[in-house]
Design a protein around this ligand. Structure first.
Ligand code: FAD
Length: 408
């Protein structure tokens, strides 16, 4: 009997866990512009070299050998003919991929909220190449500031690192950058580090708004003791190459601006003629079927569970990927499929200086022992033994020899 054609879009948390746990009842084709899985919770650590880039990625082909993979992005969908049209990375040519079942797990992109200048002048932190650009820019700012031709005013601006968005990603980047400065850069750029500043700009009333109030206050307190200023109630309304403008009209110069204010739909999802919510996320039921379709499924950041929206996190995407694989395995054997039930395991965030926050169901922890817990929790979740060992070596290497400051 011919195998069912199952096409999966994406190689992120949801898709990777789905494909890894599927039985061999299906012929699986994966399409993604990224030929590897990326462990995003440790991405902020790669922006300063605490962890090396290749330590947190896993080629999709390593995840499963019998998968057909196309390095391409889905560009449009013909639901009637059950065909997704894809565009090859590097070739630019499009080709059709027919399916019996389609699973959309294409994640999301950074939301600029259409603030003028953000797309052109800000940095983002979603993919590995973003982390590489940030790492280059940090050192570049220090090298530019160090030139004898740089004026005092220029130096002050270049050494101002601004993060727009006080969610976990923005906070962890600020924390990693501060560690990099006080533990490593200070040895080579002593006077410049004394002048450098980090500012977290947040439109809301507090940073880390999803965390318990005591933990939020602890993080803000820890930041204020370091070189990190926190500006709350401060929406950014415009960005130029060197300056951002706040809602009250004041201007803030920067050498680097990281924009980390949440998710927006990918172009592919935006253009899909399928039912979506007001934030352009695909609406799915508790079996992950996209509304008005019996062959299209979606999971992860690109969709929303009707009636009980879940946060856009890796733990949600991971649990969804495992659940859908189990559902498909059951369907292939004619067994009953139960609806999805999410199990919240809590939230973690690194806040710098070997301190972290853990907002768990019953415990709210912070400090050094929580940092050890944070490290061991993420180490245990890294998908391959090779990467677990690499990350451990990276941590030891950074501790013993410091982070690398070369720019290339
Ligand atoms: C810096 C950072 C730190 C984070 N830290 C945490 C954390 O500590 N804890 C936590 O729970 N969550 C964290 N998250 C959130 C978490 O990464 C996401 O919620 C999770 O990755 C969502 O999984 P996903 O599979 O939906 O999407 P993703 O993992 O983003 O994967 C999307 C995939 O789709 C592919 N794709 C995109 N467009 C197309 C297309 N047109 N066709 C085909 N494929 C396409 C992409 O290349 C990618 O492979 C973090 C996110 C970031 C950016």
């Amino acid at each position: 009997m011919a195998q069912t054609e199952l096409v999966v879009l994406g190689t992120g948390f949801a898709a990777f866990n789905f494909v890894k746990n599927l039985s061999d009842d299906y012929r699986i084709t994966v399409v993604s512009p990224r030929n590897h899985f990326l462990f995003t919770p440790l991405l902020p650590s790669t922006t300063v070299g605490t962890i090396e880039f290749r330590s947190i990625i896993e080629p999709i082909r390593h995840g499963r050998k019998d998968v057909r993979f196309f390095h391409a992005g889905a560009v449009s969908l013909d639901g009637e003919r059950r065909t997704v049209h894809c565009q090859g990375i590097g070739s630019g040519r499009t080709f059709p991929v027919p399916y019996d079942h389609l699973v959309i797990a294409v994640g999301a992109v950074s939301n600029t909220f259409n603030v003028p200048g953000v797309a052109e002048h800000a940095f983002f932190l979603k993919e590995l190449h973003d982390a590489r650009e940030l790492r280059k820019r940090i050192i570049h700012c220090f090298e530019l500031a160090n030139l004898p031709t740089t004026t005092v005013a220029e130096r002050e601006r270049l050494l101002h690192f601004v993060i727009c968005g006080g969610g976990p990603t923005g906070v962890e980047f600020a924390a990693e950058l501060n560690d990099f400065m006080v533990e490593d850069l200070v040895r080579w750029y002593t006077e410049l580090v004394a002048e450098a500043r980090i500012t977290v700009v947040e439109a809301g009333r507090e940073i880390l708004s999803g965390f318990d109030q005591r933990l939020r206050r602890y993080a803000t307190d820890q930041f204020r003791r370091k070189k990190i200023s926190v500006l709350t109630d401060s929406p950014v309304v415009a960005v130029s190459e060197t300056t951002l403008t706040l809602g009250d009209g004041s201007e803030v110069g920067f050498g680097l601006l990281l924009w980390s204010t949440g998710n927006a739909p990918t172009r592919f999802v935006k253009e899909l003629a399928l039912p979506k919510d007001d934030r352009d996320r695909l609406i799915i039921d508790d079996h992950f079927r996209v509304q008005q379709s019996n062959s299209i499924y979606a999971m992860g950041d690109c969709c929303v569970l009707e009636g009980s929206p879940l946060p856009a996190t890796s733990q949600v995407a991971q649990q969804q990927g495992k659940y859908l694989a189990d559902s498909f395995n059951r369907m292939a054997r004619g067994r009953k499929v139960e609806p999805f039930q999410y199990r919240h395991l809590g939230m973690l965030a690194y806040i710098g200086g070997n301190k972290a926050l853990a907002d768990l169901e019953t415990y709210k922890w912070s400090g050094w022992s929580t940092w050890l817990f944070w490290r061991s929790a993420y180490l245990s979740r890294i998908v391959s033994l090779k990467n677990k060992v690499s990350v451990m070596f990276d941590w030891i290497k950074a501790k013993l020899f410091g982070r690398d400051i070369s720019q290339f």
